[in-house]
Ligand binder design. Structure first.
Ligand SMILES: Nc1nc2c(c(=O)[nH]1)N[C@H]1C(S)=C(S)[C@@H](COP(=O)(O)O)O[C@H]1N2
Ligand SMILES: [Mo]
Length: 582
């Protein structure tokens, strides 16, 4: 066998071994619920800690918020290269390969334990992974050694093929012809596959394989060539290990993110939200509550698989047309003075009377002060905000900096952001539709211009700029049940004009005169506002159309003009048709 065959076999043995190690380690880490115990991220953390500031800056500059992904892939690549060397070594001398594996395990263990959160059992994934991999290395290198017919400890020189008999066990001289060459099927009944007697280091398991081959050969009369069998077995083990690794990584990450999300200790706000004045909630059955619970909050995502970001892995880069580029870690973010505020978020694709709106108490850092630190240059009119999932939103610089509570939010209604609402950080800006303001899982903000860059929904036909339209919604009655004439009912709903505030809501019945509804209290101008009109149903039986319209504090009254959501938000009066019965 030439050195090419040895290198090829070494690559197979090494890669299979490495994948087995990673797959097993990942599954053990997932079952232990031990983020610290995952070897590759641990080595990543260690390399970050041993990297000079200059290299870190280079990585951030070149790779931005994907610098950690690049690092992890880099570690995987280095690992695979060394694994190939280990595989080639193991074919020559098993102990050399095992020693290489042990060095890798030692690096993994050292990296694991050097993390501040490490516990003793965090070494288990690496230790168990390396042990199982040692068996894989022993088995596959044994088979490969026989295939490339290298005498243990003796490398075949290029152009000096090992002679049959050289690969034989001392004391067990192989008869010429008994050593089946790869690709040269053993004759039925001849227990020659994969390659005659095997070196002692690999004897126990490959011997079984040899027997199995013989049985298979008897049964089928057509034995599988042993090289092919080696490659197929290797591919199957590698494939299973890869799937295990990917599955284990996903499982471990999901578990970690959920556990950390739930356990996250939120700092006290430097600027607490105003207390809710009495009477924000009219408590009318069927009327949306003033605060929307997180579990009921509408959701809009372009991502099919939601990003699950560990806070320790999150960072936000602010760059582009700025004086000083900023990179913010999650700890940096939590150390900033946090602002808490009530803000109603709504979606541009919400039809009139639609459900894609909710109100929450958000906690976050001031986007404005971050932008001040970065020093947005004159001429930049758009903040292109990018999510971990690739989604982008384009926010007007002017709106983000005009003093309203534009937040880089970490919490929603007193809890860390739910994963589906952008954990660990998202933007919330009162007065703009979500697609131009509320980037979830935000990792990158680039100061740029509207002329130079289009955010996700813009080439898909939606407006580049989209302030929220002053709107109202009728929650009750729903029109489903008939109403008894002579009774009094509540016509109630919500109205919104974020960052302008709602000044009035009027109701009209069957095109009659507009009547003033009673407004609920609100803590500020950034939320929706409940309203109610008490209707004395003194009308003849029949169908009646109820409509509503809101006026904001700038004096603008919601338009009757009916527009679809595309391109910049629906408009028109909300209406409900009720049936009055006697
Ligand atoms: N990463 C990401 N952020 C996003 C979106 C998205 O699809 N992906 N949708 C936007 C839209 S259209 C809206 S209306 C709000 C909705 O936020 P929510 O899902 O938390 O209610 O998020 C915005 N941020
Ligand atoms: Mo939206």
């Amino acid at each position: 066998m030439g050195s090419a065959a040895l290198a090829g076999a070494g690559a197979v043995v090494g890669i299979v071994t490495a994948l087995v190690a990673l797959g097993v380690a990942q599954v053990v880490a997932a079952f232990l619920g031990s983020p610290t115990g995952e070897p590759i991220p641990a080595v990543g953390e260690m390399s970050i800690n041993h990297t000079s500031a200059a290299v870190k800056e280079f990585a951030i500059r070149e790779f931005g918020s994907s610098d950690k992904t690049v690092l992890v892939w880099g570690i995987r690549a280095v690992l695979i290269i060394f694994a190939i060397v280990i595989g080639a070594l193991a074919i020559r001398r098993l102990w050399l390969g095992l020693a290489g594996l042990a060095i890798f395990a030692a690096i993994g263990i050292y990296a694991t334990l050097s993390q501040p959160t490490a516990k003793a059992d965090d070494v288990l994934p690496t230790v168990i992974g390396a042990l199982v991999a040692a068996f894989a290395l022993r088995y596959f290198s044994g088979v490969a050694r026989a295939l490339v017919a290298v005498k243990p400890g003796q490398a075949a020189e290029p152009g000096q093929p090992a002679k049959p008999g050289e690969a034989a066990e001392p004391g067990q001289p192989a008869k010429p012809g008994e050593v089946a060459e790869p690709g040269q099927p053993a004759k039925p009944g001849e227990a020659a596959a994969p390659a005659g007697p095997l070196p002692p280091t690999a004897a126990w398991w490959p011997t079984e394989a040899t027997k199995a081959d013989a049985i298979e050969a008897d049964a089928s009369q057509e034995p599988l060539p042993s090289r092919r069998k080696f490659l197929v077995t290797g591919a199957v083990v590698a494939g299973v290990s890869l799937v295990t690794y990917a599955g284990g990584s996903w499982l471990a990450n999901t578990r970690d993110v959920n556990a950390i999300q739930q356990a996250l200790k939120l700092p006290k706000p430097a600027q607490p939200a105003p207390p809710l004045p009495p009477g924000t909630d009219l408590k009318i059955p069927g009327l949306s509550s003033f605060v929307t619970p997180n579990s009921n909050f509408y959701r809009v995502d372009t991502a099919i698989v939601l990003p699950e970001i560990l806070p320790a892995h999150w960072q936000l880069r602010i760059h582009g047309m700025v004086q000083r580029e900023l990179v913010l870690t999650f700890d940096d973010l939590l150390r900033r003075p946090l602002i808490e505020d009530w803000i109603t978020l709504c979606c541009v694709s919400n039809p009139v009377a639609g459900p894609y709106i909710g109100n929450a108490k958000w906690l976050g850092a001031s986007l404005r002060s971050l932008l001040h630190e970065a020093g947005v240059k004159a001429g930049a009119d758009q903040l292109l905000c990018t999510s971990k999932d690739g989604f982008t939103s384009g926010t007007p610089v002017q709106t983000a900096m005009d003093g309203r509570d534009a937040l880089l939010a970490v919490a929603m209604n007193g809890a860390a952001l739910p994963v589906e609402h952008g954990f660990p950080a998202r933007l919330v800006i009162p007065g703009l539709y979500g697609y131009v303001s509320a980037c979830k899982w935000v990792v990158d903000i680039e100061a740029t211009t509207y002329a130079a860059n289009q955010a996700y929904w813009v080439p898909r036909g939606w407006a580049q700029q989209a302030p929220v339209k002053t709107e109202s919604r009728i929650d009750v009655p729903t029109g489903v049940n008939p109403i008894k004439a002579g009774k009094q009912i509540s016509i109630a709903g919500v109205a919104w004009a974020q960052h302008k505030g709602i000044d009035a809501v009027e109701v009209r019945i069957a095109n009659g005169p507009w009547q003033q509804a009673r407004l609920a209290a609100v803590p500020g101008i950034d939320t929706w506002r409940q309203w109610v009109y008490d209707w004395q149903v003194n009308v003849a039986p029949g169908n009646y159309v109820i409509e509503a319209r809101a006026t904001d504090k700038t004096g603008y009254t919601q338009t009757s003009l009916q527009e679809p959501p595309m391109p910049n938000g629906a408009s028109g009066y909300p209406s409900v048709t009720v049936t009055v019965v006697s």
